[in-house]
Design a protein. Structure first.
Length: 239
């Protein structure tokens, strides 16, 4: 950065789970004036976050695709380091960077890893987005939590024993990132006598959005973007 030149600001902007109409007014405003837009993307193919926000990206805007492996067996460190270097170059030149994140940036968002590499060097501001948790609750018509309920968010990637312990320790649970783990989760819920209370939804806000029974999801398979909501007290909210 040249002497006297003010560095840009990094904005972590949540764009919601998939439906472009769920983007916030603030997200649209910031994106509409952006000079540089960054977003996570697979190593090949389109970015989900960009596809949600694409109609609001200004013509001629510089774009940085953070090409990530999205594979739990592979490290993303090198990809994040390269992406952070690209973002830092724009910030040092005085340009703001709007980094898009599907859902909310601070809820399992890839922006967390990016911002950690730039924190302390540049100003960072977060714009929250509609999360898949709240969007799924809306689609299912089931409250995430009410009154004095506790709510636990559980990645389905955790071992079965952990999932069982966490479900038993909360009134309401949201089990996320189902994918190939759906059968394991179903077995846990059946063992706890909660399978009949479980509500399943996949690809919320996306063209393939579907509500199915848990048994159907196990039989047919579940995508990564799928979630189960379950409440241990069943009809407690309707009393």
């Amino acid at each position: 950065m040249s002497p006297g030149k003010q560095a840009g600001t990094l904005y972590g902007v949540g764009v919601g789970p998939g439906d472009p109409e769920l983007m916030t007014l603030k997200a649209v405003r910031l994106l509409g004036r952006a000079q540089v837009v960054a977003y996570p993307a697979p190593e090949e193919g389109e970015s989900l976050a960009r596809s949600i926000a694409q109609s609001h990206i200004p013509p001629g805007c510089a774009e940085i695709a953070l090409r990530l492996p999205f594979d739990p067996n592979r490290s993303s460190d090198a990809a994040f380091a390269a992406g952070a270097a690209d973002v830092a170059a724009h910030l040092a030149a005085g340009r703001d960077v709007v980094c898009l994140c599907a859902g909310d940036p601070m809820l399992y968002g890839s922006f967390i890893a990016l911002s950690a590499r730039l924190d302390g060097r540049f100003a960072i501001k977060i714009v929250p987005g509609v999360s898949s948790l709240t969007a799924s609750a809306a689609v299912l018509g089931q409250a995430l939590a009410a009154r004095d309920d506790t709510l636990t968010v559980i990645p389905a990637t955790r071992p079965a024993a952990d999932i069982e312990r966490l479900v038993l320790g909360a009134d309401s649970a949201a089990i996320v990132k189902l994918g190939r783990h759906v059968a394991k989760v179903a077995r846990v819920l059946e063992r706890l006598g909660l399978a009949e209370r479980a509500r399943y939804v996949e690809r919320v806000g996306l063209p393939g959005e579907r509500v199915r029974t848990l048994a159907e999801a196990v039989a047919e398979g579940a995508p990564y973007f799928a979630m189960i909501l379950v409440h241990r007290r069943g009809e407690a909210w309707k009393a």
